[in-house]
Design a protein around this ligand. Sequence first.
Ligand code: DX5
Ligand code: ZN
Length: 229
Amino acid sequence: MSRDKLELIRTAGPSVLPSLLMCDFGDLKGEVARLEDAGTRVLHLDVMDGHFVPNMTYAMPIVKGIRRHTELPMDVHLMISDPMAYAKPMVDAGADLLTFHVEAVDDAAAVAAEIRDLGVGVGVALNPDTPLSALDGCLDQVDMVLAMSVNAGFGGQKFNPVALEKLASLKQSHPELLLEIDGGINLDTIAAARSAGCDLFVVGSAIFKHDDYAAAIAALDRAIAGATS
Ligand code: DX5
Ligand code: ZN
């Protein structure tokens, strides 16, 4: 739990981040080990509260449990209505990068500054219908922007290309920021995200529907490497 791990995340890019949303939760330890063996450099954890999004997943005990079994950096995506109420508990549980949704808060710059003070990386996420202007005033307080390419809440949804425009625009205006995309990323969509300037590619179903995670991740890596800029 420190900003040292943020450097590992930064240097991991461009990289595929498996989303622990569609894995076998009955064998979480095994799933994390398989992902690590498959070359994963950063894990993406989807936290949902049944309020900000109409779905629920898991919270600190699971994050802490995963931390006991891996040293991999943990990128924790908070899809919750009150990120500040859970930011410190999440950091204590082992999060290295905490991403909150701009739609969930009144003052994104203040939330980002508070998370930064906890000693971890800070990300801000925005849903497809949220304009980039919603991030005005907070971009100098964050390390990463997560452009959602589906509405937050469920895996297995169809990719919305509006995220690509946001990434390309941010790459121009804020080249120092880490850029992440999440939702509907697969072999058909990942190269376009790379071409738009994305560094971190969250992938759920396009990994977990395969038995061979290493092959699935390698194919996605090849597509990233083959993307034109
Ligand atoms: C959606 C989550 C994603 C999701 C991605 O709200 O934030 O991380 O698991 O899953 P796929 O890749 O299936 O869209
Ligand atoms: Zn996510």
